[in-house]
Design a protein around this ligand. Sequence first.
Ligand SMILES: [Zn+2]
Length: 72
Amino acid sequence: MTRVAPSMTKTRWRETAKTIIERDGGICHLCGQPGADIVHHLRGRRQGGTNHPENLRAVHRTCHYLNRPSRS
Ligand SMILES: [Zn+2]
């Protein structure tokens, strides 16, 4: 069986992100400061991470960018 799960729509993802940011009180998981505006996957999608709330943390866009492992 090769049934691929439908990928999350942008709207749906935005809803999820909003929920996660609210759940975390807008506190950035990376720097601990308020004002988180995006959601970060604790376990990367490539490592089998899911969009389950347990795998998601609110972060700042800038913190997320700075924490991104550099790819060569
Ligand atoms: Zn931050």
